[in-house]
Design a protein around this ligand. Structure first.
Ligand code: 6GU
Length: 273
């Protein structure tokens, strides 16, 4: 896959891209990332890329001409032209399903917005999609573009080692991960749950699965609607939700340490709430 990035701050890109799983995947040729400076397509001698907003108001707006020229030029650099995605807080909220959609493209063009936004005509006529990475405001689309690149590249064939791929499998069912422990078996006064030291692989797999369901119900109940659960697992999720509801109403207002956390500590010990 070829990924092009259009930005006013090309210097922020190489760093993160070269580290860890992403760095290894890019070095292995799983994807190519090309970063371009929008300013290179400015036409006046001061290379101006922003201007005051028509109608007044604070903040500058990214001018349409350099951006349009940059998008057209970069699209023409290879075939197919590829999907152009504007990173903006007004876009569709990024989710794994959107990442997977993007990972199926042969090319991707990520356009990083800046200042107070981009001229509306760019949104309307030069990009195919607009994506946001969450409900908070960042100073520009660069960090979101890096987030998209990381999420997309790790979905490409050959990006992950076999151990990582196995781990990846378990994410595809819409549940949060189970709690992880490594040595020592007792750290300070905190012991690893006995079950994990038992050597009973079947029991361990069942415990982990239960933990994932309890955790998801406690922390991200919104994910349960799309999770793949058996009838018995649904009942466990419902019971966890009910326990959280009961304990929050008993607490009458916000508690210091939440009851969900207490629940989880009990669950991690393998005892029922
Ligand atoms: Cl894509 N851009 C900016 N500027 N802020 C954001 C965002 C994008 N996603 C969340 N916040």
């Amino acid at each position: 896959m070829r990924i092009d990035v259009l930005t006013l701050f090309p210097e922020v890109f190489p760093g993160v891209l070269n580290a860890s799983i992403l760095g290894r995947a890019l070095a292995a040729g799983v994807a190519q990332v090309h970063v371009h400076n929008i300013r290179d397509w400015a036409t006046d001698k001061h290379a101006v890329v922003d201007d005051y907003a028509y109608g007044g108001g604070p903040g500058m707006v990214m001018k349409p001409e350099p951006l349009a020229a940059a998008i057209e030029a970069v699209r023409a650099m290879a075939r197919p032209a590829g999907r152009a995605v504007l990173l903006t807080p007004q876009g569709r909220l990024l989710k794994q399903a959107i990442v997977d959609e993007m990972a199926n493209e042969e090319r991707l063009l990520l356009v990083c917005g800046h200042y107070e936004g981009v001229d509306e005509r760019i949104r309307e006529h030069f990009v195919d999609d607009e994506v946001s990475i969450g409900d908070y405001v960042l100073s520009g689309g660069e960090l979101p573009a890096l987030v998209v690149i990381d999420a997309v590249v790790r979905r490409l064939p050959g990006a992950l080692g076999s151990a990582e791929s196995l781990l990846e499998e378990s994410h595809s069912d819409g549940l949060l991960e189970y709690p992880q422990y490594t040595r020592p078996a007792v750290f300070r006064e905190w012991a690893v749950p006995d079950i994990l030291l038992s050597g009973h692989h079947g029991e361990i797999a069942r415990w982990r699965r239960r933990q994932r369901i309890i955790r998801t119900a406690q922390r991200r109940p919104d994910l349960l609607a799309n999770a793949c659960l058996t009838e018995e697992e649904r009942r466990l999720a419902e019971a966890t939700l009910e326990a959280v509801r009961r304990e929050t109403s008993e607490a009458e207002g916000p508690a210091e340490s939440t009851d969900a956390q207490a629940d989880e500590r009990r669950a991690a010990k393998g005892t029922q709430p």
